[in-house]
Design a binder for this molecule. Sequence first.
Ligand code: ADP
Length: 522
Amino acid sequence: MQGISPHFDFLFNNLNKMAYIFFNPTRFGPVNQKMADFCSCEIYELEGQSISVILDQDEIEKVKKFNQKIFEEGLRKSAKMEIEINTELHIIEVDTIPHHNQDGEVDYLLCLAEDITAEIKKEERFYRNKKRYSSIFKKAPLAFVVSDRKTNIIDWNDKAEEIFGWQKEEVVNKNFNLIVAEESYAEITDVIENVFEEKKSYNINKNIAKDGSELYCEWNTALIKDKNDKVLEIISIAQDISEKIRTRKRIENQKEELKYSELRTQFFANISHELKTPLNLIFSSLQLLEYKLQNSEAQQNNQFDKYLSSIRNNGFRLLRLVNNLIDLTKIDVNTFQLHRGNFDIIELVKSVVKSTGDYLEAKNRNFRFESELDSQIIACDPFNIERVILNLISNAVKFTAEGDEILLRIEKEEAQVKISLRDTGIGIKKENQDIIFEQFRQVDQNFNKKREGSGIGLSLVKSIVEMHGGKITLDSIYGIYSCFNIYLPLEKIDKKTLAAESYSADSLLNKVELEFSDINYI
Ligand code: ADP
C-alpha cells in the first residue's frame, strides 16, 4: 500500500468492521476482507475499481460529493448509506476519516463501515410496536390503569377517564384505591398479592367514580416485568359491567317478587276459603234463630229485628269481601273463568234494576232507566254481569246524597252495547280517574271514611268487563257528576255453557243484599 505503514495491513485486515480507502473520491483504494465479504466478491474485484461496481448512479453522485467535501475540508464525517447487494437493500453506517500528509493536505480517506440493517429494522419494529400498543392503550374500549409496585397510578387511558371521570393528570401519583369503594379495599390487596404470586388475576370490584357514583367493574390484572423478572409495572384492565349487574339484580328481585306474590296469592286463596266456612255457619245459625223467633212473643214486639238485620247485613258485607278477594286472587293467577252463554243483556240489566228498586226508593235516589233497545242477545256470563251492574249501582248510591239523580242507559254504539250509569254525586277528581280501577285503591280517604268499601269493586268490574272482550270508561267532573260506561261486544257464541244454561234470576235479591251490604250496614 503506497505510503502506508506495513503494520497497517495487519490492522486493516483484522478489523471487525468493513474498511476501505479512497485516494480519490470515486475509486476504491485498498479494501479489507470484511468489505469484500459484504459485497459478495473478492478483494481484487473492488481494489482500484470505481465505486460504480457496487453503487448505482444516484449513490455514486452522493458518495462523490461527500468524499470530495472531506478531501477539501479535511474533517471526519459519518453518514448512513443505502447499498443494494444481490437485490437486497442494506444500510451501512460509514465513518470517513481523512488522512493528512506532512503538508497538511488530505492524501487519502479511511472508511470504516458497519452494516446496521438489522439494528435499524429492529428499531423500526420496536417503534411500530410501540406506536401500535400506545394507540391500543389510548383508544381501547377497556379502561387501562398502569400503576407502580406500590399501586400508585402511573398512567391511564381515555376509557378510564370516561368510566371513572378523572383526568389522567388528576390521578397520576395517587393510589389505585382512589377508584375503589371502601368495602373493596381488602379485595384489591388480595388481588395484588395473588398477582405477585402469579395466581388468579380476575375479580369484580365495586368502584367509585369522581362524582361519587358507584360502579361495578370486571378487572384483569397483570405484571409487566423486565428481562430479569423484576416487576416494573402493574397493568389493570377494567370493563364497566354495572348495567349487567344491575340487570341481574333486577331479575333476581323480580324472581323474589314473583315468589312472594305467588305465596301471597296462595295465602289469600287459603284464608278466603277459611273465612267462608265460619260465615256459612253464622248464616245458618241466623236462619235458625229467625225461624225460632218467628212466632215468639219477642218477635211480635220487633224486639230483635235491629240486631238480626245487623248480623245479617254485616255477614253479607264480610261475605262480599271474601268473594271479591277470592275472585281477585283467581284473576291474578289466571284461574278466574267466565261461564258465558247467549243472553238478552237488556232483560238481564232490567231485572237487576228491578231488584234494586226498593233500596233505591228507601235511599231517596232519583233513579231512571232508559234503553234504546228492547232486546239484544249477546254472549255473556249473567252472574258476573249482574255483579258488575250491581256494583256500579251500589257505588252510585254510595257516592250520591238523597235527591240525587242516577241514570242507567243502554244504547247501541257501532258493534257494541253501551251501558252507562250516570249519577249527580260527588264526582271523581281527574287525577284519580285512572287509579280507582286499580286494586285496593280508594280516593279521598278522609272524605270516604263514612262510606264503607275495600277498593276492590271497580278493579273486579274492569276485569270482568275486559274478560268479556269489552271495556269500561269513566267521565266525571269533580263535584258535579260521574258516568261509568261499559261497552260489550255484540257477539254470540255457538254453544251455551252448562253453567249459563242453569242460570236463573231467582237468587238476585240475595245478591242485591250482598252487593248493597256496604250501604245498608248498621
Ligand atoms: P269501594 O269498595 O271502596 O267502593 P270501588 O273499587 O268500588 O271500591 O271504588 C273505588 C273508589 O272509586 C271509591 O272508593 C270511590 O272513591 C270511587 N268511586 C267509585 N264509584 C264512584 C261514584 N259513582 N262516584 C264517585 N266516586 C266513586
